[in-house]
Design a protein around this ligand. Structure first.
Ligand SMILES: Cc1cc2nc3c(=O)[nH]c(=O)nc-3n(C[C@H](O)[C@H](O)[C@H](O)COP(=O)(O)O)c2cc1C
Length: 216
């Protein structure tokens, strides 16, 4: 099948777009507003977009508390969502009224960050401390397109990793069991069983593959 997204007539029960960009990491974003109240919510329109400097992007489907807080105070953290924390992560997606501290609502512990005002999730094995750079309003672009969507870009200024997950000088990511969003209500989980390695090819002076490139 093929369909054009201008009229989006896919004929399926749900829009398949998000079922095809998978798995999407779940950025679990904590912000703090001018009122000093903590806000935490999962965002699966989330990814790393650059390293050195380290930038992440978050997609906001309309103007939400996270974006408002970022514009007010400019700080956020992103804690790793893991299989053990899946229920707590889900609770934080509920549309609590602005001004409600969502950490106790989800049974989470806020721990102070080193470099930014927003705290992070103590129970999570890893977290980024980030500074809001800018948000870009995305045009509605197609008939019926939702106005108010935005791409939020932040600079990662500090990274916490639970030392228990550092093995042989590298991060044991599968051991943390991060979860990822699929389409519909589906998730996936990174485990040792589903992790595999492929070395990138190294090209010699003659333009031919000479062997595997060293890990980065
Ligand atoms: C796993 C998961 C991923 C989500 N991803 C997004 C997303 O990428 N963008 C978005 O706007 N909302 C997303 N949501 C919904 C928000 O978490 C929800 O609207 C939340 O209430 C926003 O909180 P805030 O208003 O405190 O920012 C997601 C929800 C879940 C459960």
């Amino acid at each position: 099948m093929f369909y054009e997204t201008v009229d989006n007539k896919h004929g399926l029960r749900h829009d398949p777009f998000k079922a095809l960009i998978v798995p999407r990491p779940v950025g679990w974003i904590t912000t703090i507003g001018n009122d000093s109240v903590c806000n935490i919510a999962p965002y699966s329109f989330f990814n790393a977009i650059s390293e050195k400097p380290h930038y992440v992007v978050i997609g906001s489907a309309g103007r939400k508390d996270t974006l408002r807080n970022l514009e007010e105070t400019g700080d956020f953290t992103c804690s790793l969502s893991t299989y053990d924390l899946r229920e707590q992560m889900n609770v934080t997606s509920a549309p609590f009224p602005a001004g409600v501290d969502e950490y106790p609502m989800a049974g989470l512990t806020a721990i102070a960050s080193n470099m930014v005002k927003a705290p992070r999730v103590r129970e999570s094995p890893a977290a980024f401390e980030c500074k809001f750079w800018r948000s870009i309003d995305l045009p509605a672009a197609v008939p019926g397109g939702r106005p108010g969507n935005a791409a939020i870009i932040g600079l990662v200024v500090g990274i916490h990793i639970n030392d228990a997950f550092i093995k042989d000088g590298i991060v044991d990511t599968p051991g943390m069991q991060p979860i990822a969003r699929m389409g519909y209500m589906d998730y996936n989980v990174v485990t040792p069983d589903t992790t595999f390695s492929i070395n990138r090819p190294e090209i010699g002076n003659d333009g031919k593959i000479v062997g595997p490139k060293a890990a980065e």
